[in-house]
Ligand binder design. Structure first.
Ligand SMILES: Cc1cc2nc3c(=O)[nH]c(=O)nc-3n(C[C@H](O)[C@H](O)[C@H](O)COP(=O)(O)OP(=O)(O)OC[C@H]3O[C@@H](n4cnc5c(N)ncnc54)[C@H](O)[C@@H]3O)c2cc1C
Length: 400
């Protein structure tokens, strides 16, 4: 049987390997870019967070969140790690549960996949964008290749510079499938607060809440990074899903000392007031120096004064700012910068047991092109591996 896989990213490579397990199958893997796995090499800041040992359904989203659980159980985290080990990849799990290649290089992941794809029954066609899947009476024709099965593994729209595009949605729409609204997820947020530019590059631990018209939209604790335009870092990725969508007021509320109580900070500030410190150093030793100065200023305390001159109300105001700074958000940084697409091809149109289309027999889809997105922490790549292997295995099964 001939199986065409469209897209040589994470899910497409997994699907091609799984479909080629039966030596009687011929697999043709099409990739638009010159090399396979380009996005994979940029994942996890060049380290590739390939999965997470703390797996639960709560980490996945989409109009039908249950859909993803079937492939994720059929090809679980343990099976994924064993599979990578057989491909020659050593991995290590961090205390947070995030799994990385032992080499700490994302290239290692794409390399072992590329080496494994060097099989006699897999043909790689790189630098070729598939623009249409033609239906034949018996199967399909993809870029002149007649085949019985097609797997669409074109990824989503996120990360445009690394290969994200509308291509997969178009291919599937042409065959009758539907697409939900596409939004950037795991994305940086733009803030209308001058302090961000002054704090550019500062990283800190923070409890973040996103509020929409005063109502809590999402929250998390973790590393925040200030940028020229606003907010980034893992904690922002975690709270960014569907943030700044539609009308209304979006606000980011930050607590820079989530593991200390208000009275602990207050006591320390009262103690410092008895010293000869300058107001510039009021938070020195507690927070990043630059962050301390910006927050002190935001509390209305001028720099360069003696702390002994501060009134109780000024110290209380500073405690309030450190524990509850609110800044207005304007928008996300958009699809170009997003790590994943929220939304995608309607999953009810696919069978989660096999990843086969319910509309077009012999057509399969996997990975980000479908309406499934995961949290930050390796969950999106796990979806790519699980759905890819599942699609490949079933597409590779002999027709009855
Ligand atoms: C900067 C960045 C960092 C990330 N870090 C992580 C991380 O550490 N952990 C994690 O779990 N997730 C991470 N992600 C998300 C993760 O990379 C994706 O969810 C995952 O790669 C999706 O796999 P996929 O196979 O569906 O799509 P992709 O990996 O995007 O692969 C799709 C491939 O199909 C090709 N293609 C598209 N259309 C066609 C066509 N018509 N013809 C031929 N080829 C086509 C594309 O060029 C591309 O190579 C990150 C994403 C980005 C952008």
């Amino acid at each position: 049987m001939i199986i065409c896989v469209i897209g040589g990213g994470a899910s497409g490579m997994a699907a091609a390997l799984a479909a080629s397990e039966n030596p009687d199958n011929q697999v043709v893997l099409f990739e638009r870019q010159a090399r396979l796995g380009r996005k994979l090499q940029a994942t996890g800041n060049g380290r590739c967070n390939l999965t997470n040992v703390n797996m639960s359904s709560s980490h996945y989203h989409g109009d039908n969140p249950e859909f993803s659980q079937i492939p994720l159980s059929a090809f679980s985290v343990t099976e994924t790690l064993n599979w990578f080990r057989r491909l020659g990849l050593f991995t290590v799990a961090e205390p947070s549960g995030r799994v990385y290649p032992y080499s700490d290089q994302a290239n290692s992941v794409s390399d072992v996949l590329r080496f494994a794809l060097d099989r006699p029954n897999i043909r790689l066609v790189t630098g070729t964008e598939v623009t249409r899947i033609h239906r034949r009476e018996e199967g399909f024709c993809v870029e002149g290749v007649d085949c019985q099965r097609v797997i669409v593994a074109c990824g989503g729209l996120a990360g445009t510079k690394l290969g994200g595009s509308m291509s997969g949605y178009r291919l599937l729409r042409n065959l009758g499938h539907h697409v939900t609204k596409l939004r950037p997820a795991l994305v940086q947020l733009k803030a209308a607060w001058s302090g961000c530019a002054a704090l550019k590059g500062v990283r800190c631990n923070c409890h973040v809440q996103i509020l929409h018209d005063g109502i809590l939209h999402s929250q998390s604790t973790g590393e925040l990074q200030f940028t020229e335009y606003g907010l980034s870092g893992p904690v922002i990725f975690e709270v960014s899903r569907d943030a700044c969508q539609g009308s209304g007021e979006w606000v980011c509320r930050m607590n820079f000392l989530p593991s200390f109580t208000a009275s602990e900070l207050e006591e320390e500030l009262y103690r410092r007031r008895e010293t000869a410190l300058s107001t510039d150093d009021l938070l020195t030793g507690i927070l990043h120096n630059r962050l301390g100065r910006v927050l002190t200023k935001a509390a209305g305390i001028p720099g360069g004064q003696s702390v002994s001159s501060l009134a109780d109300t000024q110290l209380t105001a500073l405690v309030g700012i450190v524990r509850c700074l609110e800044i207005p958000l304007s928008e996300t940084l958009g699809m170009d910068s997003a790590q994943v697409t929220a939304g995608g091809i309607v999953t009810d149109e696919f069978d989660p047991q096999t990843m086969e289309s319910r509309l077009v027999p012999g057509l399969y889809a996997c990975g980000e092109v479908l309406d499934v997105d995961g949290d930050c922490g390796g969950y999106n790549l796990q979806w790519a591996w699980s759905s890819g292997v599942c699609a490949g295995r079933h597409a590779g099964k002999e027709m009855l």
